[in-house]
Design a binder for this molecule. Structure first.
Ligand code: BGC
Length: 745
C-alpha cells in the first residue's frame, strides 16, 4: 500500500519562538518564502548538501535530558537532538506521550513525592488510557485526543511525542496494555492512526511504537517473541501497516525485545524488508531507550539511537552509544557507507519538514486547561463500557435516596497507569503518589484529581452519599446494608516494566465486593483497571461499569454514566477471559522465549472462536441504556473491495450511540480463525431514528499473507459477512462473492 506524505499545512505565524530555537525560527521563516514549494524530500536533500559529516552524525543520536540539570537547550524530555542553528535546523524535543504529555520524575522531595523536570506539577491533561480510547471505537475521539495532547506539547516547547503505542494485546497481564489499543489489528490501527493524525495536526511529530511484538514486560529487554512470518504479518504487523498508512507517523520506534531471536532494532527483515521496502515508510526508525545493539543496527535499518547520556559537564560529544564513536569509526572504514548516513539524516529531516516543525516551532504559552479537560471527559464518556445491568439497575433512579461509595479512593480521584505514559495531572495527584511495590523513580501510582463521588453528589443533589475506603469488608458491608445502592470502586494498577501476576483484582477486592453484594442486592461495581480482570462475584452484583483509567475528568464521566446523563457507548477492545486457563499461555512466561505460534494470528477473540471457548465478556461487547436493531443488509463487491451496508435503528426511548461491527468469515480450509473484524462505525441516534451505514472492507482482511510471494492473497470464494453487536452477538448474515486477488503490501 502506498504511503503518502503528510499534507503540509502552515499555521498562522507565531510571534514568539523558544529562545533556543530562535535562530531556527528566523531561518525557517526565510526558507518559507522560496517558491515554488519544494517537497519535504527535496528540502531535505538541499539541506543535506550543506551538511558536513559531523552535522549529519549529530542528527542520528538523541540525548536523555530527564535529569535535574539541563544541557543548553534541553527542557527535560526523554530525547533531545540539539539544534544546528547555522543550518536552521531546530532541536528535536522528544517527549513521552500517548495518554498525555508525560512529566518525568527525577527524584523525591522531602515528603517523598516525585520532583519533576519540566515545569511544576500541573502542566498536562491526561486522556483516558489508550485501551479506554480504543473502547470508544471512535476515531474522531482519538483524533481530538491526539490533537489536544499535541497542542499541549506545542505549548511546552515539545515538537515530538513518543506516542502511538499499538502492540496487540496477546498477553492480558501485560503491564502496558493500558498504553495500547487492544487485540484487533483493524480497530487498533484505525484508532492509532487517528491519534497520530491528531498529534501531527499540531505540528508535533509522533512516533508509532514499539515495533514489534513487544507483548509483555517480563524480561522485556531480552525476551524473544517467536512467531511465523505469515502469522505476524496478519496480526501485529498488520496493525502497524494500517496505522502507518492512516497516521503517517514521522518515526517508528523499534522495541526492546527480539523477534525470532533477533533484536527489534537489529532486525533487518523487520526494518529494511518489511517497513522500508514493503510498506515504503519514508520516515525514520528510532530505537527505544537503550534498545540499540551495535553500529550494525545502522545497516539493519535503525536511523537514530535514542536517549543517550550527555555526560558530565553537559559535554555532548562524550557519550558512548552504538551511533557515537563506533559510527564515526564505521564511517571512516566504510563499514557503514556515507550514503547510509545520508539516508538516515534524509529520513529525519524530510519528516521534520513534512510535519511542519521547521515552519511552526513550539511556542511556550499557558494551556487551555478547561477546554483540554473537556476533550478528555468526552473521550472517557465514550470509553466507559457497561458490562452488566440487571433489572435496569443503572441509571440510578430518582427513588434512590442513599448511596454507599466504597473503595478505590473514589472520594478523591481516579486511578492512572504508571511508567513513561504517566501524566502528572494539573494541580497534582488526588492523594499523595505512592510506589507500590517498586522503587524505580519513574514508576508512580497516581490518582487523577477527579472524584466520582463528588461528581455524583453534584449530579444528585438531595441524595445522601457516604464513603467507606473499603479496607474493612465488614465495615463496608454495614454501610452498604444501610444504603439504597452500594457502588464499589475496584482498582488494578498497571505499570510499564511490570506485568500483573494474574487476572485477579489485587488486595482482597474480590472479597470486598462479595461482602458488599451479600449486604445489598443493589451492588454496582465500577472498574478502574489496566486490562481484563476476573469477576468471581459477577452473578452477585447487579451492574458492572468498566471505566479503565478514565483520565482528567474521569470522575465526571463515571458519574455521568451512573446517573444517565451519559448513555454508555463503549465496547470492549479486548476479550475478558473467564480465567487464565482459557489463554494461549495460562502462565505468564518468564522464559527468554515466548511462543506466539500457539495462537499465531488468532489473537484475542480469534483464539476464543477457534478454540470454541466462552469468554466472560467477548470482544466488541457493551450495553447501552437504549437498544439498537439492525436490518436491510446489502453486500456488494467492487474490484477487490467488499461494501457492506445495513440499517441501524435506535429502538429505545433514549438518544444513544451504537457501534455495529462487521465480521468476515474465513474459508474453513484457510488455516485462519473463523472470523475477523472487517469494519465498524459509531453512530449517534435519537430514539426511533434509523441510519444506513456503509462499511468498506480492506482486502487484506479477506486475505492470507503469502510469504513466498511477499503479498496478500485473496482466495476466490463466498465469504460469510455478519453484522453484530459484538464478536459473539451476530445479527445479520450475508455473503460476499469475492474474486481471487493479490494485494501488494
Ligand atoms: C519505553 C518507551 C519510551 C522510552 C522513553 C522506554 O523505556 O519503553 O515507550 O518512549 O522509554 O521514555
Amino acid at each position: 500500500m502506498k504511503v503518502v506524505d503528510l499534507p503540509f499545512v502552515r499555521k498562522p505565524t507565531r510571534s514568539l519562538c523558544l529562545t533556543a530555537l530562535s535562530l531556527a525560527c528566523v531561518s525557517s521563516a526565510f526558507a518559507q518564502s522560496s517558491s515554488p514549494p519544494l517537497t519535504p524530500d527535496q528540502r531535505a536533500d538541499q539541506l543535506i548538501k550543506r551538511m558536513s559529516l559531523d552535522d549529519m552524525h549529530h542528527m542520528v543520536q538523541s540525548y536523555n535530558t530527564m535529569v535535574a540539570q539541563q544541557p543548553p537547550g534541553g527542557i527535560g524530555t526523554a530525547g533531545y537532538v540539539p539544534a544546528l542553528p547555522a543550518l536552521g535546523i531546530p532541536a528535536l524535543q522528544e517527549n513521552d506521550a500517548g495518554i498525555g504529555v508525560h512529566n518525568y520524575p527525577v527524584g523525591k522531595d522531602k515528603n517523598g513525592q516525585p520532583t519533576l523536570v519540566r515545569g511544576t506539577a500541573g502542566d498536562a491533561t491526561p486522556l483516558p488510557s489508550l485501551l479506554g480510547l480504543a473502547a470508544t471505537w471512535n476515531p474522531q475521539i482519538a483524533y481530538a485526543g491526539g490533537s489536544m495532547i499535541g497542542g499541549e506539547a506545542h505549548s511546552q516547547g515539545i515538537n515530538m511525542l513518543l506516542a502511538g503505542g499499538i502492540n496487540l494485546a496477546r498477553e492480558p497481564r501485560n503491564g502496558r496494555n493500558f498504553e495500547y489499543l487492544g487485540e484487533d489489528p483493524l480497530l487498533a490501527a484505525r484508532m492509532d492512526g487517528a491519534e497520530i493524525r491528531g498529534i501531527q495536526s499540531q505540528h508535533v511529530l509522533s512516533t508509532i511504537k514499539h515495533y514489534a511484538l513487544n507483548a509483555q514486560e517480563t524480561n522485556r529487554l531480552t525476551v524473544s517473541s517467536n512467531i511465523d512470518e505469515r502469522a505476524m504479518r496478519e496480526s501485529d504487523l498488520l496493525a502497524f501497516e494500517i496505522a502507518i498508512e492512516d497516521g503517517h507517523p514521522a518515526s517508528v520506534m523499534c522495541g526492546y525485545n527480539k523477534i525470532n531471536h533477533v533484536y527489534d532494532c537489529s532486525n533487518s527483515h523487520l526494518l529494511n524488508d518489511v517497513l522500508k521496502h514493503d510498506w515504503k515508510f519514508p520516515g525514520w526508525v528510532m530505537t527505544d531507550w537503550g534498545a540499540d545493539h551495535g553500529v550494525n543496527d545502522a545497516l539493519d535499518g535503525t536511523d537514530q539511537v535514542s536517549g543517550i547520556d550527555f555526560g558530565s559537564g553537559f559535554s555532548i560529544g562524550s557519550m558512548s552509544s552504538s551511533f557515537g564513536a563506533p559510527l564515526t569509526q564505521a564511517l571512516a572504514n566504510g563499514t557503514v557507507p556515507r550514503s547510509r548516513l545520508q539516508d538516515m539524516v534524509h529520513r529525519i529531516l524530510r519528516s521534520m519538514y513534512a510535519g511542519g516543525v521547521f515552519a511552526d516551532p513550539p511556542v511556550i504559552k499557558p494551556l487551555n486547561a478547561d477546554a483540554d479537560a473537556l476533550v478528555s471527559q468526552h473521550a472517557a464518556e465514550q470509553a466507559i463500557v457497561l458490562l452488566k445491568n440487571d433489572h435496569a439497575q443503572l441509571p440510578l433512579s430518582a427513588g434512590v435516596k442513599t448511596i454507599a461509595i466504597i473503595g478505590g479512593h473514589a472520594d478523591a480521584g481516579v486511578l492512572s497507569g504508571g511508567g513513561s505514559a504517566q501524566v502528572w495531572p494539573i494541580g497534582g495527584p488526588a492523594i499523595p503518589a505512592s510506589q507500590p511495590p517498586v522503587q524505580n523513580v519513574w514508576q508512580w501510582m497516581v490518582y487523577d484529581p477527579s472524584s466520582p463521588m463528588k461528581a455524583l453528589q453534584k449530579m444528585m443533589p438531595g441524595v445522601t452519599v457516604r464513603y467507606d475506603d473499603g479496607s474493612d469488608p465488614t465495615r463496608a458491608a454495614a454501610l452498604a446494608k444501610s444504603s439504597d445502592v452500594a457502588i464499589v470502586f475496584a482498582t488494578q494498577w498497571m505499570c510499564e516494566a511490570i506485568d500483573a501476576p494474574n487476572l485477579s483484582l489485587p488486595n482482597g477486592q474480590d472479597a470486598l465486593i462479595d461482602a458488599v453484594a451479600a449486604a445489598n442486592p443493589h451492588a454496582v461495581v465500577v472498574l478502574e483497571n489496566g486490562g481484563p480482570v476476573k469477576m468471581p462475584w459477577l452473578s452477585k452484583v447487579s451492574a458492572v461499569v468498566e471505566a479503565w483509567y478514565p483520565g482528567a475528568r474521569g470522575g465526571e464521566a463515571i458519574a455521568g454514566v451512573l446517573t444517565g446523563k451519559v448513555n454508555p457507548s463503549g465496547r470492549l477492545p479486548i476479550t475478558f477471559p473467564q480465567d487464565e486457563q482459557q489463554l494461549p499461555r495460562p502462565q505468564l512466561t518468564d522464559a527468554l522465549d515466548v511462543d506466539y505460534n500457539i495462537e499465531g494470528a488468532a489473537v484475542g477473540y480469534k483464539w476464543f472462536d477457534e478454540k470454541k471457548l466462552e469468554p466472560l465478556f467477548p470482544f466488541g461487547f457493551g450495553l447501552s441504556y437504549s437498544h439498537f436493531g439492525y436490518s436491510d443488509l446489502h453486500v456488494n463487491t467492487k474490484g477487490d473491495r467488499v461494501m457492506v451496508s445495513f440499517k441501524v435503528t435506535n429502538l429505545g426511548d433514549r438518544a444513544g450511540m451504537d457501534t455495529p461491527q462487521v465480521y468476515v468469515g474465513m474459508p474453513a480450509n484457510s488455516g485462519e480463525a473463523p472470523r475477523r473484524l472487517g469494519g465498524f462505525e459509531k453512530v449517534a441516534l435519537q430514539p426511533k431514528e434509523s441510519r444506513t451505514v456503509t462499511v468498506t472492507i480492506d482486502p487484506r482482511l479477506l486475505a492470507v499473507f503469502d510469504v513466498s510471494g511477499d503479498q496478500w492473497q485473496v482466495a476466490a470464494g463466498s465469504y460469510p459477512i455478519q453484522v453484530g453487536r459484538s464478536s459473539r452477538d451476530l445479527v445479520l448474515n450475508g455473503t460476499a462473492a469475492v474474486a481471487a486477488a493479490r494485494v501488494a503490501p
